[in-house]
Design a protein around this ligand. Sequence first.
Ligand code: PXP
Length: 239
Amino acid sequence: MARLGVNIDHVATLRQARGGSEPDPLAAAVLVELAGADGLVVHLREDRRHIQDRDLSLLKEIIQTKLDLEMAAEESMAKIALSIKPHMVTLVPERRQELTTEGGLDVAGQKDRIKAIVDLLHDGGIPVSLFIEPDLNQIKAAHKVAADYVELHTGRYANARRLKEEQAEFETIAQTAKLAYKLNMGVNAGHGLTYRNVKRLTQIPEIVEYNIGHSIIARAVMVGIERAVREMKALVSGS
Ligand code: PXP
């Protein structure tokens, strides 16, 4: 039964829109957990456009499940992670101009740099996941740099317009998940997943966790955050 990690960055985005204190991502985190989520995900971006350093340290204090910190593969960010000690760090590519994380981390093209950050986090006892495209070379590279998990980028699957294209992306995700599992890495998936497109992916037994943000927070605006999380949890856990 797959787990659900809920990304609450968008709650902070709404707060930052007015520069005040509402809505509070900490309150959201408590409700998300009460609704049955298995973990919280936040991305501390270099430009601090949504989650702030204070959110991060308070979240680590208050949550009962687990905290997955997404961050750029930079030493300055690794230092923050080492002081907060989240339950896991997911390394993601980051560009200031992007609306959200676009594309996976190119691990194959910068193995030494990524390995240095992975080692730093491992020395502090923090497991590391790498957010990568579903690509066999990237999986092999993730294994080489000693990643504990990969998070397969589901953006191309989610954006597929035609059935044939969606089928091809599904097959690619299934194949790469198999290889990652064979290489003893845990397999997570995320980006662009919705109440409509996640169900099919749950046929892939190697995927143990889905990290979902925008679709859940968007539905929460309409139906409330607890119901939105419960409905997604039911889909990913196949109940
Ligand atoms: N996983 C990773 C690594 C991400 O960067 C994001 C976006 O912040 C997500 C999952 C969630 O994507 P979405 O908001 O499209 O559900």
